[in-house]
Design a protein around this ligand. Structure first.
Ligand code: HEC
Ligand code: HEC
Ligand code: HEC
Ligand code: HEC
Ligand code: HEC
Ligand code: HEC
Length: 502
């Protein structure tokens, strides 16, 4: 058999190393690919290697081959004393040239094909929820867990975090590269601060699925609360949320989604980076041309201060800033867990006890789990000995329920919990709507952004189930605060007490 020969320049160690690296990477890619066809799980790391790490080595190997060849032929020429300043000749009568061209030609086509498939896969892969949510496992855990627990669990991270167009694509990949670096070096901040500069969702992203003209009818919200007393007394509140007007024919003319009516422009200025302090608000009616400027009486800005601040137009995210990462407050998740039966209501004082435990600061999830376990056992064995002995399963159920909810909403390793991020949708534990709607933002003529309790919702039932006060959508009730006969709640904004009630 005739020997298969290549140009002499290809016989050098650098090209050989390059070829070896390329061959090994290629066979590993093929191997992993075959494996991934059979095994679903472990996918995220496999993908990382298959589509990103190994191809980098493959390309490095391939680049080394010609570099080695060029170096070799230069060295050969130097040895032959006479300096030849010529391009290499391609003589196809020479079998070695034919072989090299064949390998190069077939190799290139094969490689181009592979890289087309590969980059397509790499693109898809880098856009996948598993890539965003699990590769940086520890770092993104809070966002990922909360996301899976939200109404957007089926919306890919990139649908919200990466806008459309090439510039967004570049921005996301560049900041992604930086993030990989930051995570590898362990220099990422805990918690991840918002607003996230390069990946903050914009109004357009939400509007790909929810367009502003879409009318959302009024909605009934029914909440069950449990008071911090011995019986965990149930306290119900039912509200009709005035998301839209009473009659759908009126569209966005009134109600909560009036802010996103295309005829309406609401702008504001914030004096802090997380937009909690909004001393200046301007409402422009694009149709009639009316303009109202509201200034916070208690926090007036001078002209110079105002000129130095960015005026932002209000959009979906100014209210729905936690559409997919809602780290619920213990106030909410403990009430809900009692309603769902995960924490037994029959256990005396469990509401108060749970809230006290959850108000502690923890450094790890494990220590929190242990603390929940020991505190609850200690409390009931010391204060309710009979119950502890006879109904021990209730105690265990409460422990499991609180632990479960803790893991869904509080992430000590990343310092993430409801305290790390504001949620602007209501007004109980965060200032939310009351940032503007507090009766203190007024125009020179005395028009205010109203805090009327019936502006955004009507309370149609409230109180203890046995003596429930019942109204109707035509006859709304005046708010009654539990255990507050003197109306002390009127002295402050809800969040001033509720932010850390326990
Ligand atoms: C429905 C839209 C949406 C989806 C889907 C979504 N996010 Fe977010 N994300 C947001 C919004 C809105 C913010 C808050 C941005 C701000 O305030 O600047 C945010 C914030 C974040 C933050 C900053 C820290 C924090 O908790 O606020 C991270 C990190 C993040 N998202 C990662 C992810 C990951 C990973 C996924 C997929 C598993 C994902 N997001 C899916 C809308 C979304
Ligand atoms: C890829 C499509 C998609 C995008 C983009 C998207 N959403 Fe959604 N959204 C959904 C779906 C699907 C639901 C669930 C509807 C249901 O369960 O009835 C939903 C539900 C909601 C709800 C109601 C449920 C809740 O959790 O209160 C709100 C509010 C919402 N989205 C806000 C937003 C905001 C704000 C953005 C932009 C950051 C956004 N969405 C981006 C698809 C999307
Ligand atoms: C940036 C300031 C700002 C924030 C934050 C804000 N609003 Fe408003 N809102 C306004 C202004 C300005 C008006 C118009 C006041 C006027 O007509 O004089 C308004 C009007 C309204 C109206 C009456 C619309 C109508 O005419 O029927 C409702 C309802 C409303 N807001 C609900 C909410 C809810 C709910 C939230 C929180 C989720 C909220 N707003 C947060 C500025 C704000
Ligand atoms: C002024 C604050 C505010 C703005 C701005 C706002 N929303 Fe809402 N939205 C609300 C409130 C409050 C609710 C009712 C929530 C509830 O009952 O818990 C709501 C409800 C919703 C729902 C659920 C409706 C249903 O019936 O299930 C969707 C979806 C939604 N908003 C999407 C959007 C989108 C998209 C934008 C931007 C184009 C937007 N919202 C702008 C305050 C706002
Ligand atoms: C600017 C709009 C707005 C105004 C004004 C307003 N609320 Fe609300 N309120 C909301 C929104 C939004 C929610 C959240 C609904 C949800 O949880 O889905 C809410 C929730 C509530 C709840 C239910 C809390 C829970 O967790 O069960 C009560 C009670 C309540 N409001 C009382 C009041 C009282 C009392 C006033 C008058 C001082 C008032 N609200 C004024 C927008 C408003
Ligand atoms: C002066 C402080 C204060 C203010 C202001 C205040 N609250 Fe409360 N709130 C409390 C306390 C304390 C409790 C615990 C009740 C008890 O001791 O039985 C509570 C309990 C509640 C509960 C039910 C208890 C639970 O744990 O689920 C609701 C609902 C509630 N408040 C709503 C509101 C709303 C809405 C506002 C604003 C309109 C408000 N509160 C303003 C102090 C306050």
């Amino acid at each position: 058999m005739r020997k298969f020969k290549l140009p002499s320049s290809s016989y050098n160690w650098l090209s050989a190393v390059g070829a070896t690296i390329a061959m090994i990477s290629l066979s590993m890619i093929v191997f992993l690919f075959v494996i991934s066809l059979f095994y679903e799980e472990g996918g995220s790391y496999l993908g990382l290697f298959m589509f990103i790490v190994l191809p980098v080595f493959l390309v490095i190997g391939l680049i080394l081959i010609p570099i080695g060849m060029i170096r070799k032929s230069r060295m050969d020429k130097k040895r032959k004393t006479k300096v030849i300043r010529e391009w290499p000749k391609f003589d196809f009568n020479d079998r070695r040239t034919r072989n090299a061209t064949l390998i190069f030609g077939v190799g290139t086509i094969f490689f181009l094909f592979l890289s087309a498939v590969g980059s397509y896969e790499a693109f898809h892969y880098s856009e996948s929820v598993e890539f965003c949510g699990t590769i940086c496992h520890k770092v993104m855990k809070p966002e990922y867990v909360a996301f899976q627990n939200s109404s957007h669990a089926r919306v890919a991270c990139v649908e919200c975090h990466v806008g459309s167009g090439a510039d967004w694509y570049m921005r996301s990949k560049l900041s992604g590269l930086y993030q990989v670096y930051a995570v590898t070096m362990g220099i990422y901040p805990k918690p991840i601060p918002t607003p996230i500069r390069n990946l903050r969702p914009a109004r357009e992203t939400c509007e790909e699925c929810h367009w502003p003209e879409k009318f959302y009818a009024r909605q009934l919200v029914m909440n069950k609360h449990y008071l911090p007393d011995e019986e965990n007394t149930e306290w119900d509140i039912s509200l009709q949320m005035k998301t839209g007007p009473a009659y759908s024919a009126l569209g966005l003319q009134e109600g909560i989604h009036w802010h996103i009516n295309p005829d309406v422009k609401v702008e504001y200025v914030a004096t802090d980076s997380v937009q909690q302090n909004l001393p200046w608000v301007r409402y422009t009616n694009n149709k009639t041309g009316e303009v109202y400027v509201f200034k916070d009486e208690g926090n007036k800005l001078s002209e110079e201060e105002l000129a130095g601040l960015e005026i932002r137009e209000m959009d979906c995210m100014d209210c729905h800033n936690r559409p997919s990462h809602d780290y619920q407050t213990p106030f909410k998740f403990v009430n809900d867990a009692i309603t769902a039966g995960m924490i037994p209501k029959e256990l005396p004082e469990i509401k108060l006890l749970a809230m006290g435990i959850l108000a502690e600061e923890f450094t790890t999830t494990d220590s929190a789990m242990q603390f929940i376990d020991s505190e609850i056992k200690d409390y009931y064995s010391a204060n309710y000995e009979d119950l502890y002995n006879e109904n021990y399963e209730l105690v265990e159920q409460a422990i499991a329920g609180i632990q479960e909810e803790f893991k869904l909403n509080i992430f000590p390793e990343m310092k993430v919990s409801w305290k790390a991020y504001y949620n602007n949708i209501g007004h109980l534990e965060f200032n939310g709507c009351f940032r503007c709607h507090n009766d203190k933002h007024s125009t020179n003529e005395g028009r205010v952004i109203s805090m009327d309790c019936n502006l955004c919702h009507s309370i149609i039932a409230q109180g203890v189930p046995d003596t429930l006060q019942i109204g109707s959508i035509y006859d709304e009730l005046e708010f009654v605060h539990p255990n507050d006969p003197d109306g002390g709640w009127k002295d402050g904004l809800c969040f001033e007490c509720h932010w850390d009630l326990y």
